[in-house]
Design a protein around this ligand. Structure first.
Ligand code: NAD
Length: 357
């Protein structure tokens, strides 16, 4: 076995149906007497119940979280936290809400208690992102890593079916790229394989029965593990393509991950045979990239960029942008590989099965 470095995430995790009830004690454990609850406008009703559960430990609810954390939203939320003399942040929702909590924590140092209701996995990482002037700047800071995470599968029952599947595929993307990450290690491999296997079992259960408790619990468990991989190792081609498509062409986050993943994996297959073997094993199929494509398709998720708002005329500039400042990848994808990346994007646009390069 080769030598390795494993960066464990510091978060305390509570997992299980009904664990939300332990929120007051968990907030107390973080010395929160004046917590500010954060959510999106769509999840305000549920968030108000969370605030009610906290009772006198809560000073308010801020319900303006939106995708990609615009700087103005982050500033306004920070001002609100300061105005209320908040001593902690309770992020109730998906990656957008956790992202807003991180932006406030970056500025104020306030501790975050996260209650994830989607499978994005941001609660397990110290990565933050803030969008200013149309450009999303990301960075890493241990200050923004949530101190406690409550994973209560009952809270994901309201996640619409389409988003449940694409959010699950988004989680699989973190783990799949983790399998060939430059800084991967035996711990992240274990988490990645268990995370992928859990989600591959969960998504068909959720598709069959939206509120299947076993499906919801398995999906959230998988999301935790996949998010932990994202928090521990570096991401590669797939994440670069998704950041480019999401950031510059305003495509929806989870859907872009779902569509691009099989194609990015197929591009990397020849350079990462062990990762492909592990991926296929976790999915219970012979061919990992094709298995990912089929998992999305069989569960009704989009598999073509043309179906999620991408214009064919923008594929050229997407390819140009993606090969500029490439991330580390098992197979190079800089300017000399621009035409191969353009061809990959065309297949993703058309929604055809992945092709091996
Ligand atoms: P999201 O948080 O934007 O949620 C999408 C919509 O679903 C929102 O309206 C939200 O309120 C709603 N929703 C979430 N859970 C729900 C539930 N249980 N019931 C009903 N509605 C629910 O989307 P997301 O996919 O969770 O997160 C995407 C964002 O997270 C992106 O901006 C992405 O960049 C970021 N992200 C960051 C990291 C990181 O490590 N920093 C990791 C993953 C994702």
């Amino acid at each position: 076995m080769q030598a390795f470095v494993y960066n464990a995430q510091a978060a305390r995790v509570l997992f299980g149906a009904g664990t939300l009830a332990q929120l007051p004690q968990e907030a107390e454990r973080l010395n929160m007497q004046r917590a500010l609850v954060l959510c999106t406008p769509e999840q305000l009703t549920q968030a108000l119940r969370v605030a009610e559960l906290l009772g006198s430990q809560c000073v308010g609810t801020y319900h303006k979280a939106v995708m990609h954390v615009p700087m103005e939203t982050a500033r306004a939320a920070c001002d609100e936290a300061k105005r209320l003399s908040a001593d902690g942040l309770v992020a109730f929702g998906g990656g957008s809400t956790t992202g807003l909590a991180k932006a406030i924590a970056l500025e104020t140092g306030l501790p975050i208690l996260a209650i994830p209701t989607s499978y994005a996995g941001s609660e397990m990482t110290s990565i933050y992102g803030i969008t200013d002037g149309g450009l999303k700047k990301t960075g890493k800071d241990p200050k923004v890593l949530p101190r406690t995470v409550i994973y209560d599968p009952e809270l994901s029952l309201g996640l619409p079916l389409g988003l449940s599947i694409t959010s699950g595929m988004n989680a699989i993307a973190h783990a799949a790229e983790g399998l060939y990450a430059q800084d991967r290690n035996p711990m992240t491999r274990l988490m990645a394989m268990e995370g992928i296997a859990s989600l591959a079992k969960a998504l068909p259960l959720i598709r069959k029965q939206f509120d299947d408790p076993q499906g919801r619990a398995l999906a959230l468990y998988g999301a935790w593990l996949c998010g932990s991989v994202l928090g521990s190792v570096g991401m590669a081609l797939h994440h670069k393509l998704c950041h480019t498509l999401g950031g510059s062409f305003n495509l929806p986050h989870a859907e872009v991950h779902t569509v691009v993943l099989p194609h990015a994996l197929a591009f990397n297959a020849s350079a990462a045979p062990e990762a492909m073997h592990d991926l296929a094993h976790a999915l219970g199929v012979n061919n990992g990239p094709l298995g990912v494509y089929q998992l999305a398709k069989d569960n009704g998720a989009p598999v073509a960029l043309k179906d999620i708002g991408m214009k064919e005329a923008d594929l050229d500039s997407a390819a140009d942008l993606a090969v500029k400042q490439p991330y580390w990848n098992p197979r190079p994808f800089g300017v000399p590989q621009r035409d191969e990346i353009r061809a990959l994007l065309q297949r993703a646009f058309d929604g055809s099965p992945p092709v091996y390069g």
